[in-house]
Ligand binder design. Structure first.
Ligand code: GUN
Length: 294
């Protein structure tokens, strides 16, 4: 019996559910629409947006992508967001991060209409997540981790969870999702970060570890209690002389060392990544469903 959590297979299950909802909207004359915005030519962002575009097309979501030059001003980007906010054919807006340094990311995320904020980064949606109000949008990566835990039958209620990393995109919202007094939550969550005194001691207590601090191979075998569930969110590029381009992507978990003792573990790639896209598609359909109900 494998202990791998197959993120690709579970993402496909969710895509099938989302496709049904897209078809139901179509039967009511509504075409779900998603607008991508990319600023500059960050290689990883190009790949991520490309994958999200392809999946939108496959599921029947109409996507449009605006690519702006690196030198775009904050005012120009805000003007585009204002236009997309007002476009009735656009139900979801995704401004791919990271943005160039001269643009304030928080200002941009706050400019997206909360009703179209399928990334879950607008302060209104961040607040709703914290309050346990499910009418908002949860950020796609932590929502994907949560869905993988649920669909893999992991008992979350009462579990000791250690989240590694306190970023706004994964660590903080992950903590908010799992600590709610709600079904598939009710965990005791410890948020561990760069100033935590004894990271390994926290990790060894955990029933579930979510690694999202962005340090290649940080989680070693001696940090994991045998039988623990290990979710690896990290995407880190490391040198690899045997690879075609001299580097390869690895997670935050030393997979080869940790897999033999983990109860369940996500491969990386093929674990969390596909789920992030599945949650984006699901959030977009949710936004379109709400729009059609008015
Ligand atoms: N950059 C890395 N992850 C994400 C994400 O989930 N959404 C956006 N917009 N940018 C990202």
């Amino acid at each position: 019996m494998t202990n791998l959590i197959d993120g690709r297979a579970i993402a496909e299950q969710i895509h099938a559910e989302t496709t049904q909802r897209i078809l139901a909207l179509k039967s009511r004359g509504m075409q779900a629409g998603l607008a991508f915005v990319r600023v500059g030519e960050d290689p990883a962002s190009r790949v991520y947006v490309g994958m999200k575009e392809k999946t939108s097309e496959r599921l029947g979501i109409k996507s449009t992508t605006t690519v702006l030059p690196e030198a775009t001003t904050q005012a120009e980007l805000l003007a585009l967001i204002t236009k997309l906010n007002a476009d009735p054919g656009v139900h979801g807006i995704l401004v791919q991060a990271p943005l160039p340094a001269h643009i304030d990311q928080a200002t941009i995320f706050a400019a997206v209409s909360p009703a179209k904020d399928v990334d879950g980064f607008h302060p209104v949606n961040v607040g709703k997540l914290m309050l346990g109000d499910t009418t908002g949008f949860a950020p796609c990566t932590p929502a994907g981790v949560h869905e993988l835990l649920i669909r893999s039958g992991v008992k979350i209620a009462g579990a000791e969870v250690v989240v590694l990393g306190r970023g706004n995109i994964v660590g903080k919202p992950m903590t908010a999702i799992l600590c709610q007094k709600a079904k598939h939550a009710d965990a005791t969550v410890t948020l561990v970060h760069s100033r935590t005194r004894d990271v390994a001691a926290h990790c060894r207590r955990a029933d579930i570890i979510v690694a999202a601090m962005g340090v290649a191979h940080f989680v070693k075998a001696d940090m994991v209690r045998p039988g623990a569930v290990v979710m690896d969110v990290g995407v880190n590029r490391i040198p690899d002389a045997t690879a075609k381009n001299g580097s390869r992507l690895v997670g935050d978990v030393d997979f080869a060392a940790v897999q033999p003792l983990a109860g369940l573990i996500t491969p990386n790639p093929g674990g969390i990544g596909p789920m992030t896209i599945a949650m984006l598609m699901r959030n977009t359909v949710k936004a379109a469903e709400v729009a059609v109900s008015y």
